[in-house]
Design a binder for this molecule. Structure first.
Ligand SMILES: Cc1ncc(COP(=O)(O)O)c(C=O)c1O
Ligand SMILES: N[C@@H](CCOP(=O)(O)O)C(=O)O
Length: 525
């Protein structure tokens, strides 16, 4: 079936006895659906288009006002709640998302469980079609890559309570030259989650968490501020979204362990910044203690709301490949929420009929902070937290990841793999990627190292469609690049460094240098 006929199929009325809700989808679902398809000269239908010209927007209205005007009066059929993570089927424990709870009764992790039966009243074609129709618009809140999947994220929140920077919809970059030159691969992609509002994938989760906090505060729930421990990216996202909503944010940062660019983000956004003489794990312990004593809402990924937003990056990857699953997705791992979020996004798409299979996941760790890797190598027998050593991939310098159980579950479910990268490997991989036109962060260098290793072992084949998740913007980590290109890193060859050539302000000297450079380029080509 062609994609256009799939599209038509999703619009045709169904036997009402089969899908009572689908026969009457809520107007809010239908509002942003394509209304027609265009025809080619041979009469085949192609892409969806709007047929009527919309009346000009009333200039006194904001996009929030517009959303309010079009608010559906139909009963929302979708809902979600907290349940213990990986609970046995007979477990009755559950909590409303409006409760302030981070752990199950037994002290385990929580998960957000959606009413899958309600979602299943609509078939895969319906959801594909709905999500596709929202991409690239400025309609509140669906213009966001996260909120374009609102029914699968926080279905019950009022559009008015949402705090969004139109995050998501990030670039899926075809790494043509990198794949060809270094890996003999022709179908290699980099999902640039770091090209976003605060420069990392954390925006995807933070829009959800801060929106829910906004709702709780409007309900007069006791939330005076929102706090996190951070290696730099969570704090940046938290402070930006809180600042946008006028909510106080408090961030615990390990002193001298995050980049200057990351440190300045919460400072500029007006957060209350504590620089603590500890590592990330120490800060995490402290924020957990503090949030159990004070009315400060916890924003780390221990809070499963965050993962609901982060899982949309997985859905987006499938969408960008026209709802075809790639063979492999490689994700750098630290506190280990994101690897589970990816799994959850892919799995929901499979369960709801948008795709027929899910990719295998690879979690990549820095060798200096590799508790998951060691656990995997032990045959998942023995998890031991560790004290993480310094790494250029500073945002994943984490030795006691809070989401260890989620990560192990995800990797087991998808026949996943864990790899590690030494400092030299990750820095070389970053420099190689940059030399082909990217500008990636060291964590993406960790993920690329995993790819190098799995290609060499023959686990990933040259034609396997592979996505490497780039988690932060390279501009947040320029000092590591400066160190590498100046060959200023002890015991590192910096094989791909490209230091500037110092030359006198003299025409002859400049010409000499240029001729020698151009000569070496000729030899290379
Ligand atoms: C840039 C970057 N990459 C990767 C990660 C790892 O994500 P997770 O903690 O969800 O494993 C983090 C944060 O931990 C990060 O900030
Ligand atoms: N890299 C993270 C570490 C904390 O992870 P979280 O997802 O649990 O908030 C950061 O940037 O702080």
């Amino acid at each position: 079936m062609s994609s256009s006929s799939l599209f038509n199929a999703s619009l045709s009325p169904l036997n009402p006895n089969q899908h009572p809700i689908r026969r009457h989808p809520s107007p809010s679902l239908l509002r942003h659906r394509p209304v027609a398809v265009s025809c080619t000269s041979d009469g085949n239908t192609t892409t969806p288009i709007e047929t009527s010209v919309k009346p000009p927007r009333r200039t006194e209205n904001t996009i929030r006002d517009d959303a309010r005007l079009h608010r559906s009066t139909a009963v929302n059929p979708f809902s979600a709640r907290y349940v213990p993570f990986n609970a046995p089927p007979n477990s009755a424990e559950h909590y409303s998302l409006d409760e302030i709870v981070y752990r199950s009764r037994s002290g385990g992790l929580l998960d957000v469980e959606h009413d899958m039966d309600a979602l299943k009243h609509f078939d895969g074609a319906y959801w594909r079609d709905l999500f596709d129709s929202r991409v690239g618009k400025s309609t509140w809140p669906y213009g966001s890559g996260v909120w374009s999947k609102k029914e699968w994220v926080l279905p019950e929140i009022d559009d008015d309570d949402i705090v969004s920077a139109f995050e998501g919809n990030s670039n899926l970059f075809w790494a043509e030259r990198f794949g060809k030159q270094f890996l003999e691969m022709n179908d290699l992609w980099v999902k640039h989650c770091g090209i976003s509002h605060t420069g990392s994938f954390k925006d995807l989760g933070m829009t959800v968490l801060v929106s829910q906090v906004n709702r709780l505060r409007k309900m007069n729930r006791p939330v005076v501020g929102v706090g996190c421990a951070s290696t730099g990216d969570t704090s940046a996202a938290l402070s930006a979204y809180c600042a946008a909503a006028g909510i106080p944010s408090i961030v615990f940062l390990p002193a001298n362990k995050i980049s200057m660019a990351q440190l300045v983000q919460p400072i500029a956004n007006g957060a209350f910044v504590l620089s603590i003489d500890s590592d990330f794990d120490g800060c995490m312990k402290l924020i957990r203690e503090v949030t159990s004593e004070l009315p400060i809402y916890l924003a780390n990924s221990l809070n499963s709301l965050r993962l609901e937003g982060q899982k949309t990056a997985a859905i987006e990857i499938l969408q960008q490949f026209d709802w075809q699953a790639p063979e492999w997705v490689i994700v750098p791992g630290g506190n280990l929420g994101n690897i589970y979020a990816f799994y959850k996004g892919f799995k929901m798409c499979q369960e709801l009929g948008l795709v027929d299979r899910i990719p295998r996941l690879v979690c990549a760790q820095a060798a200096n902070a590799n508790p998951l890797y060691l656990h995997y190598k032990s045959g998942w027998k023995d998890f031991k937290p560790m004290t993480a050593s310094t790494t250029f991939a500073s945002a994943i310098q984490i030795g006691d990841p809070v989401s260890i159980d989620r990560a192990v579950y995800a990797l087991k479910q998808c026949d996943g793999i864990v790899e590690e990268a030494t400092e030299e490997e990750l820095m070389d991989a970053m420099a190689q990627a940059d030399s082909t036109g990217m500008f990636i962060c060291p964590h993406t260098g960790v993920a690329l190292t995993a790819l190098f290793k799995l290609r060499k072992q023959g686990v990933i084949a040259p034609t396997d469609r592979t996505v490497v998740v780039s988690t932060a913007h390279g501009l947040k980590f320029t000092q590591s690049k400066v160190d590498y290109h100046s060959k200023a890193i002890p015991d590192m060859a910096c094989r791909f460094s490209n230091p500037p050539v110092e030359v006198k302000a003299d025409f002859g000297a400049v010409m000499d240098v240029l001729k020698s450079y151009l000569g070496s380029q000729k030899l290379r080509s």
